[in-house]
Design a protein around this ligand. Structure first.
Ligand SMILES: Nc1nc2c(c(=O)[nH]1)N[C@H]1C(S)=C(S)[C@@H](COP(=O)(O)O)O[C@H]1N2
Ligand SMILES: [Mo]
Length: 321
């Protein structure tokens, strides 16, 4: 399931210490005066792109029937309501409007060592891996995405959570000056977008602190510069453009539960046996397959039962949907 580490090069302290230095190495052929013109995100893209990593053998992964969804589909069919509710709104607006540099993530709450991590610090917490995960949206479509990142656990351990912490809450950027869907009339959600996981879910090795896809840093519309991916849950649990992570004792009120508690639960594990209030969850349409392509059966926990079913032993998954 897991790809090989990209390269030890990726965590080389000296190289990643200063963003300047990185930009320089990625664009060594450009005149120094032009360096500032290149968004850092693109500079990281170039660097990551040049690193070799092992491709995954799809046949061994069993459930994956298709090759990975095309980059152009992954980066143009998005849910990122801060940029509008249309599927093409995020790719239309986010690359132009979302400022990813500088970026930081504050980790606080029930921890010994609260800290604000700069993007550069986050980037070098651990070596990165390619992970090809299925992403299943509650709306009934899915994709197969080669993400790049490291297990969220590696980051969370750094702040030394207290024993009293039972949940983590993710808060994402909500800036009306960058995000046309935030502020104004007709708000679909209460911003900022908030999501959460139980501690053991956050610490599961599948839960990915995600910096890139297809060998490049994340496109803005996919949640640049950093997001989480929780592959056994519906897509909305995978919060984009994260700015805060908080350790807390009580289950947080997430944005979707806040807006429609009868339709969205806190757990939201992919589960073909529990329909959404308004539609079945038994099958899914793979994005990029065309409108006549056959639907796939949705699998329990999105196909990751072996890895995560034990987290929910004894729980009534209809009640805790
Ligand atoms: N901040 C934020 N994160 C978000 C969303 C959003 O609207 N805002 N949409 C969610 C939903 S519903 C899905 S299906 C996935 C989509 O991720 P993708 O566009 O990278 O495929 O992001 C999730 N994360
Ligand atoms: Mo979704």
């Amino acid at each position: 399931m897991l790809g090989q580490h990209l390269s030890s090069e990726i965590t080389d302290q000296k190289l990643y210490n200063k963003r300047r230095v990185l930009i320089k190495s990625a664009f060594a052929t450009f005149a120094a005066t032009n360096l500032a013109l290149f968004p850092t995100n693109k500079a990281f893209s170039k660097k990551v792109k040049s690193l070799a990593y092992k491709k995954i053998d799809y046949k061994k992964t069993g459930y994956i029937l298709n090759p990975a969804t095309k980059y152009s589909d992954i980066a143009s069919y998005n849910n990122f309501y801060e940029f509008g509710t249309g599927k093409s709104d995020p790719s239309k607006y986010a690359p132009k409007l979302l400022k990813v540099d500088p970026w930081s993530v504050k980790i606080s709450g029930l921890v010994h060592k609260e800290k604000i991590f700069s993007y550069e610090e986050l980037f070098k917490i651990s070596s990165m891996e390619e992970r090809i995960y299925r992403l299943r949206c509650v709306e009934g479509w899915s994709m197969v995405v080669p993400w790049i990142g490291y297990s969220l656990k590696k980051l969370l351990e750094k702040v030394q959570p207290l024993g009293s912490a039972k949940f983590v809450e993710f808060t994402t950027l909500a800036d009306p000056s960058q995000m046309p869907g935030v502020g104004g009339f007709n708000q679909v959600l209460n911003w900022p977008y908030r999501e959460g996981l139980r501690i053991d879910e956050a610490y599961n090795p599948l839960t990915l602190m995600t910096f890139g896809l297809y060998g490049k840093t994340l496109p803005e519309q996919n949640g640049a510069p950093v997001r989480v991916i929780v592959p056994w849950k519906y897509g909305f649990k995978s919060a984009k453009s994260i700015v805060k992570i908080k350790f807390i004792e009580k289950m947080p009120l997430t944005s979707w539960v806040d807006s429609a508690p009868g339709e969205y639960g806190f757990y939201s594990n992919v589960n073909p046996n529990v329909p959404h209030r308004r539609w079945s969850q038994q099958t899914e349409r793979r994005i990029g397959g065309g409108i006549f392509s056959k639907r796939h059966k949705t699998l329990m926990f999105n196909g990751y039962s072996e890895e995560v079913a034990s987290l929910y032993g004894g729980m009534d998954l209809k009640k805790f949907f």
